[in-house]
Design a protein around this ligand. Structure first.
Ligand code: UDP
Length: 488
């Protein structure tokens, strides 16, 4: 029996407010389901554009009798000059900073609607995304704690905070001169070219990001999609060195037990899942490389051609997920070399659009993952025990690359040198081929996979009864009940 069976108190009602982008929505909806399965009442706040995704993902939890709901807020897109199809960050025109700015403005305008919902439902706690810093004050108005969810791990959180506070990038003479990240345990070096644009120089987003950090300090604490054994030094440093109260309750994706949960996680898959699984069934164990760059990155046709040729020359089986480029006309596929798919025969499967990522990564046939190092993808790769080729694009992905390649030693870098939002740095076909061969062939690949499998077992133990994330979850419950008693 889990601990929820022992608790005489009425269930806590927790509101979850995700940011409107897949990398934030997916783990928050996993989290809401976890809370609900463990005896809380969960309510997810959604915009109409994200509602189908969230409703689909919670259906099995609800069907099994747990309390979980979705309530709607309307993003005032027209008010800020955006159109209705821009209801998710990934649908904005690529590299259009003005549109991005407007999107954040629309999100900021949700304050009144959130107040209305809190007034009506009177939950016990608000778990909200880092990109909603103003929710700390809204929660305070209703006398409830706000918990921040960043979507990323302790290593990137700590590394990013050390760079923000100590500004080592201002003390080097060029974008390519390496510097040590001050105070961060483990002697981690980086270059200015790998830092986010808003850290490299002052932009309107810098001010917003500082607000995010300030609101985090004033919040009840930070809930992290990670587990202690993965990054113990950095969990401790974020808590003790940087003074944040945190609860490590991941990997959240492991709350998806059945095939149905994994199939309905995120957007609608662009491939028949059964077809995809039977394709994998017909391969040898650890003989397929899975290539996917998350929900936001989209490479230009020339870069996609390099990937195609690199994968072909690597001689490996592969599943390659290619996102539709919002700036390229429907139906145009100039990125695919002439006769490519016929030439690949049964060796390569291209998914155009959305892949059932966790279903694929969990399959025994998958041995390696070429990833952009979004935190969810990184943790999914780790939880599924695959070796990784790291290909960071933007956000905090360069920190995640360091964790994977230098701290955990479960992956090799493809060789990206520069942080470029959306489109990424240029990588040649030779680099793709070389990195894929390194993780798939010989002793090096085996060693990476062995370590990754070890981490995967630790991850699974962490979320089971008696594991570290299981214990931290109930510590969070105790802290929330304590806060509730204190307030009432
Ligand atoms: N994802 C997926 N299918 C895709 C692309 C992405 O299921 O075709 C999921 C992936 O499993 C992960 C999330 O979308 O859970 C992407 O989050 P991540 O942090 O890796 O990257 P982001 O999209 O935020 O850059």
């Amino acid at each position: 029996m889990g601990r929820q069976g022992l608790n005489p108190d009425p269930p806590l009602h927790v509101f979850f407010f995700p940011f409107m982008a897949s990398g934030h929505l997916i783990p928050i909806s996993d989290m809401a389901r976890l809370f609900s399965v463990r005896g809380c009442r969960s309510t997810l706040i959604s915009t109409p554009a994200n509602e189908p995704v969230l409703s689909r993902s919670i259906q099995t939890t609800r069907k099994s009798g747990h309390e979980i709901d979705v309530v709607i807020v309307n993003l005032p897109l027209q008010e800020v000059g955006l159109s209705p199809e821009h209801g998710d960050l990934k649908n904005l025109p690529k590299n259009d900073l003005d549109a991005r700015d407007k999107f954040f403005r629309a999100v900021r305008l949700l304050e009144r609607q959130l107040e209305g919902l809190l007034e009506e439902h009177r939950p016990d706690c608000l778990v909200s995304d880092m990109f909603l810093p103003w929710t700390t004050d809204v929660a305070a108005k209703f006398g409830i704690p706000r918990i921040v969810f960043h979507g990323t791990g302790n290593f990137p959180l700590a590394a990013g905070e050390c760079v923000r506070l100590y500004e080592p990038h201002k003390k080097v003479s060029s974008d390519t001169e390496p510097f040590l990240i001050p105070e961060l345990p483990g002697e981690i070096t980086l270059t200015r070219s790998k830092l986010p644009d808003f850290i490299r120089e002052e932009t309107p987003f810098t001010k917003f990001f500082n607000e995010v950090k300030e609101s985090e300090r004033r919040s009840f604490g930070v809930v992290v999609n990670s587990f202690y054994e993965l990054e113990p030094v950095y969990v401790d440093y974020y808590r003790n060195g940087l003074g944040r109260r945190t609860w490590q309750i991941g990997p959240l994706l492991l709350c998806n037990k059945g095939e149905e949960d994994k199939t309905f996680r995120g957007d609608q898959a662009s491939i028949d899942c059964e077809k995809c699984l039977s394709w994998l069934d017909s391969r040898e164990p650890s003989s397929v490389v899975y290539v996917c760059f998350g929900s936001m990155a989209s490479f230009n046709p020339a870069q996609l051609q390099e990937i195609a040729v690199g994968l072909e020359s690597s001689g490996q089986n592969f599943i390659w997920v290619v996102k539709k480029d919002p700036d390229v006309e429907e139906g145009k596929e100039e990125w695919l070399p002439e006769g490519y798919e016929e030439r690949m025969g049964g060796r390569g499967l291209i998914i155009r659009g959305w892949a059932p990522q966790v279903l694929i990564l969990e399959h025994v046939a998958v041995g390696a993952f070429v990833t952009h190092c979004g935190w969810n993808s990184t943790l999914e790769g780790i939880s599924c025990g695959v070796a990784m080729v790291t290909w960071p694009v933007a956000a905090e992905q360069f920190y995640n690359e360091k964790l994977v390649t230098e701290v955990l030693k479960v992956g090799v870098p493809v060789g990206v040198k520069q942080w470029i939002r959306g489109t990424g740095d240029w990588i040649s076909e030779e680099s793709v081929e070389k990195a894929v061969r390194r993780v798939m062939e010989g002793e090096e690949g085996e060693g990476l996979r062995r370590r990754a499998k070890g981490l995967s077992e630790m991850a699974r133990r962490a979320v089971e009864e008696g594991g570290s994330s299981y214990a931290d979850f109930y510590r969070l419950m105790d802290d929330l009940r304590g806060a509730k008693r204190h307030i009432s």
